[in-house]
Unconditional design. Structure first.
Ligand code: PLP
Length: 299
């Protein structure tokens, strides 16, 4: 039996955890630093990853570093944390509905939400696009363009899509900042809570790195921050899972293709790009009956 979620700890991982415990360096040590470099190397990009205590904190770091205190456009269908982060950053979430075929807002829906917000007297500082179920928000390219034209920040909520791409460009690198979650059931899951913010701008990453550690910079400056650090024990396990991440997704891709070929595509959302099929959502009228029938045949 293959466990598709990262909730089972292998013996080698337990050994890794023990080696960290034995070292006595439990918080903000060499594994957190190495993980941040390896995440950036995996993304083969000029930007930087800043690890933190959760995906929600990562989103909050993105909003704070971009100084978003006004209206932020958020898709109607997402996990509640997307909204929580906006409120915590002191901004106002404005809901944009989703397209029923893709499960994500279309560029027209986003544009009209921006226009309505402005008519209502808001200053729109950001649009958050959520890449649900491991797949790109369908209209990402067009939405990135319209944000760019109107000087509105684009933040990608990548909690469910680590490693996915669109047009050979990694999700998370399309906008001004992105947030990832390492919660155990997420595509790259750790052994507890964790997350990372991605910034294409290195000065922003540097500030966020200080902010998540009580505002302490390496050169000894202080400014208001908080505690949102990733544990070393989690970092060492995440480093190892990252090093074999590609292989764990080959298996999910194969299952997803099998479902697709078997006819489930028409019950699911329209998608594009190269996803990391993290869950396979289907829409049915008789949810419970379908669930029991699937359980009966071992799915
Ligand atoms: C899981 C998730 C988050 C929050 O991540 P946590 O690590 O649980 O704080 C945010 N957005 C989406 C879309 C998620 O799925």
């Amino acid at each position: 039996m293959i466990s598709l979620f990262n909730t089972q700890i292998k013996t080698s991982e337990a050994d890794d955890v023990y080696s960290v415990l034995d070292s006595g360096k439990l918080v903000m040590g060499p594994h957190v630093e190495a993980l941040e470099h390896e995440l950036a190397a995996f993304y083969a990009n000029d930007g930087a990853f800043v690890t933190c205590a959760s995906g929600t904190d990562a989103l909050t770091l993105c909003l704070e570093e971009l100084d978003c205190r006004d209206a932020v456009i958020v898709p109607a269908m997402t996990f509640s944390a997307t909204y929580e982060a906006v409120l915590r950053a002191g901004a106002t979430p404005i809901v944009v509905d989703i397209d029923q075929e893709t499960g994500t807002p279309s560029s027209l829906q986003v544009q009209s939400a921006i226009m309505h917000a402005i008519e209502d007297g808001y200053r729109v500082c950001a649009v958050i696009m959520v890449h649900l179920y491991g797949w790109p928000a369908y209209d990402l390219i067009e939405i990135a363009r319209l944000c760019d034209l109107q000087d509105i920040h684009l933040i990608e909520d990548c909690a469910q899509c680590f490693g996915a791409s669109l047009d050979s460009r990694m999700l998370g690198t399309w906008g001004n900042a992105a947030a990832f979650s390492f919660y155990p059931t997420k595509p790259l899951g750790g052994i507890g809570d964790g997350g990372a913010a991605y910034f294409p701008s290195l000065p922003m990453a540097k500030r966020a790195r200080a902010r998540r550690n009580h505002g302490r910079t390496e050169d000894g400056q202080m400014y208001p921050g908080y505690n949102s650090r990733l544990d070393e024990t989690n970092a060492i396990v995440l480093r190892n899972r990252l090093s074999r991440y590609g292989r764990s997704f080959d298996c999910r891709r194969e299952l997803s293709l099998r479902y697709h070929a078997g006819g489930l595509a028409k019950l699911s959302f329209k998608r594009n790009g190269r996803g990391v099929p993290y869950v396979y959502p289907i829409l049915v009228d008789n949810r419970e009956a379908v669930r029991f029938r699937l359980a009966d045949i071992g799915v």
